[in-house]
Design a protein around this ligand. Structure first.
Ligand SMILES: Cc1cc2nc3c(=O)[nH]c(=O)nc-3n(C[C@H](O)[C@H](O)[C@H](O)COP(=O)(O)O)c2cc1C
Length: 374
């Protein structure tokens, strides 16, 4: 039996299930071409919008690292230590649609067999804003984009009718999806925000609007730490800071929890998992929870900006995994996708010890005081 790394996700063929997510690794034509050369199965462009974008003064992204021996956790103490997370307050692409249009066409011409998904974003507060969604969708698909990803999740947005503020409103995210679906000739994915109480509700809303897949997670709303010496936020402009997004290793378990809720509620639907992936072992979590593709940002940023080593490792480890599990008859992702979905259950369904094994809550455990028997 021969191994097949390719997947069909929402009807789009990907050479492998590993995509670069919408972020700095996919902000330019040269990055995307390098990404395809490196072997990424697909690329989601940096989000394209219609309104002018001006980023904050100074750095847009920093990386928190920890020194396990001292407990240090900082984004400003050099590049040694263990990566904890990325923190960013970068806006969507500062390049206008006109800039992207010829580039999408050129990228598709250079790599006709690779999947290019255009991430798009507009507002929702007026007919003009809704028309922007249609304009963006038409322009990108006309240039050959294989799919559209709706950014309903940008966490740093003051506008009430944009980004995660759409994603937090079931009616709005359903309606925006429907508006795009009416003009779309390619599959439409909805990227949801993890910053809601029950993401299953927003997933249901975008599916009702016609979404072909849900993508999760975008970054989690968060602040940079305050420096104990200067008492300033580690990232600030003129002393001021605003809520930004946390990505990287720290969010893998958080994002998995969101994903498990959705794949459990909608087992027949398509999901693309994002959050904290740098290795196949990380990606496997999402596959076993039912995802048909996964996307990577932070790890790729830290590996020559587009992740050439990350993708090599992901592809070779998927191949090794399939070879190791050939005895189970697994030759492709579909053979083990969703295998652990049904293992996430209500707390009350988790087995309790029987009487003989129960020590009244005094079992020795890391993080708890030594049992005292009185
Ligand atoms: C600097 C930066 C910029 C980002 N820009 C976008 C964006 O324009 N559109 C979008 O949908 N997500 C954006 N993201 C979110 C990522 O695509 C991804 O969802 C998130 O970083 C979690 O993945 P990770 O843990 O692999 O970093 C951005 C993330 C970072 C770090």
């Amino acid at each position: 039996m021969s191994i097949d790394l390719a997947v069909s996700f929402t009807g789009i063929r990907f050479e492998n299930p590993f995509l670069l997510s919408s972020a700095p690794p996919t902000e330019s034509e040269s990055n995307i071409l390098r990404a395809f050369e490196a072997g990424w199965g697909g690329v989601v462009t940096k989000t394209i919008g219609m309104h002018p974008v001006v980023n904050v003064a100074g750095p847009k992204t920093k990386f928190l690292r920890t020194q396990p021996e001292t407990g240090m956790l900082s984004m400003n103490r050099g590049r040694t230590g263990v990566l904890h997370s990325s923190w960013n307050w970068e806006l969507i692409s500062d390049k206008p649609l006109d800039w992207w249009v010829p580039r999408i066409a050129r990228i598709k011409k250079a790599f006709p067999d690779r999947a290019l998904i255009a991430s798009i974003m507009a507002g929702s507060g007026s007919d003009k804003e809704l028309e922007h969604w249609r304009t963006l969708a038409r322009a990108c698909q006309e240039q050959g984009a294989d799919g559209l990803e709706l950014n309903l999740s940008c966490p740093h947005m003051d506008r009430e009718d944009m980004g995660s503020n759409i994603g937090k409103d079931q009616a709005l995210c359903s309606y925006v999806t429907q508006v795009v679906k009416e003009v779309a000739t390619v599959p439409v994915w909805a990227k949801l925000t993890p910053a809601t109480a029950d993401i299953v509700l927003e997933a249901g809303a975008v599916f009702r609007g016609g979404a072909d897949a849900v993508v999760s997670s975008n970054t989690f709303p968060s602040l940079p730490l305050i420096d104990a010496e200067s008492l300033d936020f580690e990232m600030n402009v003129d002393g001021y800071v605003s809520s930004g997004g946390l990505g990287g290793p720290a969010i893998l378990p958080l994002s998995m929890a969101k994903m498990a809720q959705m794949t459990h509620a909608y087992p027949e639907r398509s999901f693309s998992g994002i959050g904290g992936i740098s290795d196949f072992a990380h990606a496997l979590n999402y596959f076993l929870l039912g995802c048909g593709t996964v996307q990577v940002c932070t790890a790729a940023m830290l590996d020559h900006a587009v992740g050439p080593n990350v993708i090599k490792r992901l592809v070779s480890s998927l191949r090794d995994f399939l070879e190791k599990n050939a005895h189970r008859g697994w030759t492709r992702l579909e053979d083990f996708r969703g295998l652990r979905c049904d293992r996430v259950v209500a707390h009350s369904q988790i087995r309790r010890p029987d009487e003989a094994g129960y020590q009244g809550g005094y079992e020795p455990q890391e993080g708890y005081a030594e049992p005292v028997h009185s």
